[in-house]
Design a protein around this ligand. Structure first.
Ligand SMILES: CC(C)(COP(=O)(O)OP(=O)(O)OC[C@H]1O[C@@H](n2cnc3c(N)ncnc32)[C@H](O)[C@@H]1OP(=O)(O)O)[C@@H](O)C(=O)NCCC(=O)NCCS
Length: 174
């Protein structure tokens, strides 16, 4: 296990600023997380400001992995599902700062997000990841099942289309 402390992030200018910095960095390094490079800091700020406001309303949980005072990574658990899917949640925006990759930060974030989902009574998790440069190996190691692949789904941050792979996992009591 990496030596990081994982906890939900609340909204403050410092947190929004740090998350924005990580998002800009991850996109610049080719991470497929819905944005194109170069990502303007203001656009990254607007995204996280909105995301943390949604977290404040209980619609999602934004987890942060802290290495001391440094925010090493983040993942979001989306809880705001339609009325006929109260048992489902989505995993999104899994990102580890480049300086902290390969130390198990993302795997630890995923385990914490799953535990939180179970605590909230969610039994089905879904997520998607890019075919090229995504994190399918990580998700498969964690027991996610590939539902299928959609070709040419989105542009990579530096251009060129890539497919998306859709995964699911049942969690909690059988
Ligand atoms: C994907 C990402 C979050 C992984 O972060 P990380 O903290 O370095 O990952 P971890 O160290 O926890 O890796 C855990 C395991 O997954 C594997 N893994 C990590 N990234 C992987 C990838 N992109 N593809 C396949 N396997 C991967 C690791 O080898 C490790 O396996 P091991 O336990 O057998 O050694 C990070 O590379 C990142 O931020 N990428 C850009 C954004 C992105 O693509 N996010 C996913 C979008 S859905």
């Amino acid at each position: 296990m990496p030596d990081v402390d994982i906890r939900p992030l609340g909204s403050s200018p410092a947190i929004v600023s740090t998350l924005s910095e990580i998002l800009v960095e991850v996109v610049a390094h080719g991470g497929s997380v819905s944005f194109m490079h170069p990502l303007a800091p203001e656009a990254a700020w607007a995204f996280w400001d909105g995301a943390l406001a949604a977290a404040g309303r209980g619609e999602r949980v934004v987890l942060g992995a802290w290495d001391g005072e440094v925010l090493a990574g983040t993942v979001t658990l989306l809880l705001d599902c339609p009325p006929n899917q109260p048992h489902r949640a989505e995993i999104a925006k899994l990102m580890t700062r480049v300086s902290h990759r390969g130390r198990g930060v993302a795997a630890a974030l995923m385990r914490k997000a799953e535990a939180l989902a179970v605590q909230r009574g969610r039994t089905l998790l879904v997520l998607d990841t890019a075919t090229e440069g995504g994190a399918s190996g990580l998700y498969e190691d964690l027991g996610y099942v590939l539902a299928g692949t959609i070709p040419d789904y989105a542009f990579k941050p530096h251009g060129d289309l890539t497919g998306t792979m859709i995964y699911w996992k049942q969690v909690g009591p059988a």
